[in-house]
Design a binder for this molecule. Structure first.
Ligand code: SF4
Length: 326
């Protein structure tokens, strides 16, 4: 029996990389066995910072969805849909924006942080400030009670809870207060040791062929103090070790002992990591090739997802309108 209802999603960013896989996707694949899951391509969210160039939105949606399915998200087990296909998200966003004090949004730590980080971009917009209200609407429109999040997203979820509480207090108790399901996965760095980011060109894409993966693993930054195999290594400063941490925790202890004891060279250590990565990516590549020869598959998954998500959202909106006497 399902433990509860989960809503999670991602902005369409095109092809996914191992950081996306380790940080969320691998976890989602497991969650769909125990929870009733809804996974959303958050294309409206992409507009909050990327409103000025929408040329690749559809292609990014397509690529991300193929990676989701290749990695094991199953449209038969989970509702996989695109946010803009279910207009109730926008209606609830509008109504919840009426009851959300401006101060709650301005105080949101991610708002200030992003304003600084994206300082070259004009994002002092209404849509960007109100993005946590849209996020609350995404969750509440399905009455999801569980949301898998990283620590950095906790303030958004707290805001969603506050908005739900305020609605329930002002009108009729309608929404459950969604709870966080914290993801324990450490962040994977890029192959050069910096933050993993497509804009740095330091990612390993789920669709990268084995030869490319080999090149990227060979280029990984290791412990700079280690010259010979017998030198005791420091795995905590090594990018290769960070990948073991995120993707192969079962060998973590033995790898640390071998590295610190000078029993394994970095070349051999990388060779073993490459094997681990190819074991993970092999089945994903196989499914990707199968999907590539099925034209219209992505569209049909999205249609099927919208057909399941829409009635759920419509039921909630009927209750919301009644509670607000609209
Ligand atoms: S042996 Fe492995 S963990 Fe240790 S520094 Fe070399 S690559 Fe990193």
């Amino acid at each position: 029996m399902a433990k509860g209802r989960i809503l999670s999603g991602n902005r369409p960013t095109g092809k996914l990389h191992l950081g996306n896989f380790a940080g969320a996707l691998a976890n989602w694949v497991k969650l769909q066995e125990d929870y009733e899951c809804l996974f959303m391509v958050a294309d409206w969210h992409a507009l909050t910072t990327g409103y000025d160039d929408t040329s690749e939105l559809k292609e990014y949606t397509r690529e991300m969805l193929i990676d989701w399915i290749s990695a094991g998200l199953d449209p038969e087990k989970s509702v996989i849909f695109r946010q803009s296909d279910v207009k109730e998200h926008a209606e609830l966003h509008l109504l919840l924006s009426m009851i959300t004090p401006l101060g709650w949004l301005e105080r949101c730590p991610t708002y200030k942080e992003q304003l600084q980080q994206l300082s070259g971009k004009e994002i002092t917009n209404y849509g960007f400030l109100g993005y946590p209200v849209l996020m609350a609407s995404d969750i509440l429109v399905y009455k999801a009670d569980t949301v898998p999040v990283g620590e950095d997203q906790l303030p958004h979820l707290e805001l969603a809870r506050e908005i739900a509480r305020r609605f329930n207090y002002l009108y009729t108790p309608t929404f459950p207060e969604p709870q966080a399901k914290l993801s324990q996965v450490p962040l994977l760095p890029g192959v050069d040791g910096r933050k993993m980011s497509k804009s740095y060109g330091n990612t390993i894409a789920l669709s990268d062929p084995p030869e490319r993966v080999r090149e990227l693993v060979n280029a990984m930054v290791t412990d700079p103090e280690r010259i010979r195999k017998s030198d005791p290594g420091h795995p905590d400063v090594c990018t290769v070790y960070a990948y073991y941490k995120g993707l192969a925790p079962e060998v973590l202890e033995s790898r640390r002992e071998e590295c610190e004891g000078g029993q394994i060279g970095c070349v051999a250590c990388k060779r073993q990591l490459l094997k681990t990565l190819l074991d993970i990516l092999g089945p994903i590549h196989e499914r990707r090739h199968e999907l590539a020869v099925q034209p219209g598959l992505v569209e049909s998954i999205l249609e099927q997802g919208a057909a399941k998500a829409s009635p759920m959202a419509a039921r909630t909106m009927a209750e919301v309108r009644e509670a607000m006497r609209i």
